[in-house]
Design a protein around this ligand. Structure first.
Ligand SMILES: [Zn+2]
Length: 140
C-alpha cells in the first residue's frame, strides 16, 4: 500500500496519456470494423479479414486499458483517508476514538461515560494519518 501511495502522483500524467491513446485506439478500431464490413459488401473478403482482425485487436486493447483505469480509480477510492472522532469524558478524562458519524462536531455532548456516567464530549475530529505520515511523526 505504501508503494501505491508513492507512485500515484507520478502516474497521473501517464494515465491521462493512456486515456487519450485508448480513445484514439477505440475510434480507429471502430473505423476499421466499419471499413471491414463495407469491404465485405464490396466483395473484398481478404481486406475484410485484415480490417476486422485489426479492429477487434484494437478494441480488445482499448477495452483492457479502460478496465485497468477503472481498477485504478477503484483503488484510489479505497485509499480515501478515514475521518475519526475523539470522544473524551469531562470528569475522568477517558478517551475513545471511533469513525466519524454524520452530525458529529467538536464540543457535541454524547452519551454517558461507561465508567463514571458523566457526559462525554467530542474533543477532536480529524483525518486519520496515512501510513507515510505515521512514519514521519509517530506521536501524531
Ligand atoms: Zn468518565
Amino acid at each position: 500500500m505504501t508503494n501505491k501511495a508513492a507512485s500515484s502522483g507520478s502516474s497521473n500524467k501517464i494515465s491521462t496519456f493512456v486515456l487519450a491513446v485508448t480513445y484514439i485506439t477505440l475510434i480507429l478500431s471502430i473505423i476499421a470494423i466499419v471499413a471491414g464490413v463495407t469491404a465485405f459488401y464490396e466483395g473484398f473478403i481478404e481486406v475484410t479479414a485484415y480490417l476486422l482482425a485489426i479492429g477487434f485487436i484494437a478494441l480488445a486493447l482499448s477495452g483492457y486499458y479502460v478496465f485497468q483505469s477503472r481498477k485504478h480509480v477503484a483503488t484510489l477510492k479505497i485509499e480515501t483517508p478515514k475521518i475519526l472522532t475523539t470522544i473524551e469524558c469531562i470528569k475522568c478524562g477517558i478517551k475513545s476514538t471511533r469513525e466519524f458519524q454524520r452530525g458529529d462536531y467538536v464540543y457535541k455532548e454524547l452519551d454517558k461515560c461507561s465508567k463514571c456516567e458523566d457526559t462525554q464530549v467530542i474533543t477532536a475530529i480529524y483525518r486519520e494519518p496515512t501510513l507515510k505520515e505515521k512514519e514521519k511523526n509517530p506521536t501524531a
